[in-house]
Design a protein. Structure first.
Length: 168
């Protein structure tokens, strides 16, 4: 009897953890409430970001064959020049707020906007990297992470065409 109870406990804990996950719209509403300020400066910052590079974010896992690593797309990484007077923490809040507001339909998304994905919450992080900011974007599934990576690369190309990249 003890063995049966012990076997059920991990399943019950896993079920409870999955049941407590917030739907993307609920998560977005909470982030919007906690992170968003009023004002147009956030939009101006997003539009003025100068992209250095954009591409997929990978993790590696040992393959069954044992001789090659399996490459898994975990999202995207966009390296940008720090906007004038904007700290990494402030840029993080701006991007999280933008993502939440677009997901909630409160803000229009810009062309090739990599900072949101319809019906999906993105985990966004901003860290200083070699004098620039590395923005990482991750979804909950490989399928969605492939979309995020494609959007990030399209955004980088659009920024280059608009003359808003460092390469121009």
């Amino acid at each position: 009897m003890k063995t049966a109870v012990l076997a059920v406990l991990p399943i019950a804990a896993l079920t409870a953890a999955c049941a407590s996950a917030f739907p993307p719209a609920e998560k977005a509403a909470e982030v919007e409430r906690l992170q968003c300020d009023s004002g147009a400066t956030a939009e101006n910052v997003i539009r003025s970001v100068k992209v250095i590079e954009a591409g997929p974010l990978y993790s590696y896992s040992a393959s069954n064959a044992g001789d090659n690593d399996l490459k898994i797309v975990d999202g995207a990484k966009i390296v940008v020049r720090p906007p004038e007077g904007v700290s990494a923490d402030r840029l993080l809040r701006i991007l999280q707020c933008h993502s939440a507001q677009v997901l909630l339909g409160q803000q229009a998304n810009v062309a090739a906007d990599p900072f949101w994905l319809p019906g999906t919450w993105l985990n966004i992080d901003v860290k200083p990297e070699h004098g620039n900011y590395a923005v990482t974007l991750e979804a909950d599934s490989v399928r969605d992470n492939l979309k995020v990576a494609a959007h990030a690369m399209a955004y980088g190309r659009a920024q280059a065409l608009a003359g808003n990249s460092v390469d121009q």
